[in-house]
Ligand binder design. Structure first.
Ligand SMILES: [Ca+2]
Ligand SMILES: [Ca+2]
Length: 80
């Protein structure tokens, strides 16, 4: 019974955090945004030009909404 409860909890946590999980994993300094260095660690195909495309407010960091837009079906990273 205890094992089942833990499994369900794990499934629920995975489902609710599915979108943000990548960003949190890549955010090694835990400031809530991704620097280019942090971003490239998880997306090796990203260069300065692609990074600039994703960084729509041009503050040099990828925030959760920019990350979500880039990884959405029609986003910059969608073909990968
Ligand atoms: Ca960071
Ligand atoms: Ca930004």
């Amino acid at each position: 019974m205890r094992k089942l409860t833990m499994t369900l909890a794990a499934i629920l946590a995975t489902a609710s955090l599915a979108q943000a999980a990548d960003l949190v994993e890549l955010d090694t300094d835990a400031d809530g945004v991704l620097s280019m260095e942090e971003f490239v660690a998880g997306h090796a195909e990203v260069d300065a030009e692609i990074f600039a495309d994703i960084d729509t407010n041009e503050d040099g960091m990828i925030d959760p909404s920019e990350y979500e837009a880039a990884t959405a079906e029609d986003g910059v990273l969608a073909s990968n």
